[in-house]
Design a protein around this ligand. Structure first.
Ligand code: NAP
Length: 295
């Protein structure tokens, strides 16, 4: 009986609980929001939502709700799918100039007629809560403080809070998008991991992944990462959020294979998902503190 329970402990992977990490992050932010509000004013976040994408509507609702729970002022600006680049640039210009708005977020995807790059570059870098402005991307490359992309920053918080060792370990990031893969790889590099970035043209993807002590899957293909890709004992972080025909969410990693082989893994849902909003709140508070300091 004792032997059974010992072998169970040895083989049962650690489930990295994103809700637990989110709740910790939000609980730590609350007194900072209260302090700012008492000393100065509420931190303020403006969210621009274009069109009627159901997923975007859910994300924005959740962001606004989390702001309210923390005591952050939020403003939702909605425009129809027919919006022009010029109209959005005008809205951003107005928000850039309003002192009570610390952070501005433009919910993506944007309709095809809108020039997304011009929109993201129009945000004042010190209000860019998503960390997508080239100025902030440059700061990430140089490892100097600036708002960081929320999902990768949340994953770093999770690894830190679960004491997953990074320095000197091999990390493989599958995916090279500007919002997840690239910033994730840079954050791991700055934490002294030896980082490999893989993508759709990578030869021998499974072989590359099997070298990883930390494997981050940000691909957008349901259950693409299977047991052949996972080194026994590795930490497997599943960023994927793929909607199956039955409406349920599926990660990029086959969950049975992660359970069987990983030392630690993030479930879907409940792993990486909750971290993104938590880090959005963290970025908003951090920016508001800096705005207060710079007076
Ligand atoms: P994306 O922009 O579509 O990028 C996907 C990346 O995966 C690309 O770099 C692509 O390579 C690579 N890829 C595609 N198929 C591949 C294959 N067969 N083998 C190897 N690499 C492959 O997606 P994203 O925005 O980074 O998002 C990735 C996933 O994370 C999606 O499921 C998304 O919904 C999810 N996500 C979750 C959160 C969250 O809060 N949990 C936040 C953001 C995104 P190429 O560059 O060569 O095309």
């Amino acid at each position: 009986m004792l032997l059974d329970s010992m072998s169970l402990t040895e083989t049962t992977p650690l489930v990295l609980d994103g809700k637990w990490v989110r709740d910790q992050i939000l609980a730590e932010l609350k007194p900072r929001v209260e302090k700012l509000t008492a000393a100065h004013r509420q931190p303020g976040l403006a969210v621009i939502l274009v069109g009627n994408n159901p997923a975007s509507e859910i994300y924005v609702r959740l962001k606004v709700k989390t702001c309210a729970e923390l005591g952050i002022y939020s403003e939702k600006i909605t425009r129809p799918d027919s919006v022009t680049t010029a109209e959005l640039l005008g809205i951003i210009e107005g928000l850039n100039q309003r002192p009570e708005i610390d952070g501005i977020l433009v919910q993506t995807p944007l309709p095809p007629q809108v020039d997304k790059n011009r929109i993201l570059r129009a945000l004042r870098p010190d209000k860019d809560v998503d960390g997508f402005h080239p100025f902030n991307v440059g700061a990430l490359v140089e490892n100097i403080p600036a708002p960081r992309a929320c999902t990768p920053a949340g994953i770093m918080e999770m690894l830190r809070r679960y004491n997953i060792p990074i320095s000197g370990h091999r990390a493989v990031v599958v995916g090279r998008s500007d919002i997840v893969g690239k910033p994730m790889a840079l954050l791991l590099l700055h934490a002294n991991a030896t980082v490999t970035i893989c993508h759709s043209k990578t030869s021998n993807l499974a072989e590359e992944c099997r070298r990883a002590d930390i494997l981050v899957a940000a691909i957008g293909r349901a259950h693409w990462i299977t047991r052949d890709f996972i080194k026994p004992g590795a930490t497997v972080v599943d960023v994927g959020m793929n909607r199956k025909p039955d409406g349920k969410l599926a990660g990029d990693v086959n969950p049975d294979d992660a359970k069987a082989l990983a030392g630690a893994y993030t479930p879907v849902p409940g792993g990486v998902g909750p971290l993104t909003i938590a880090m959005l709140m963290a970025n908003t508070v951090e920016i508001a503190e800096q705005h207060l300091c710079s007076g």
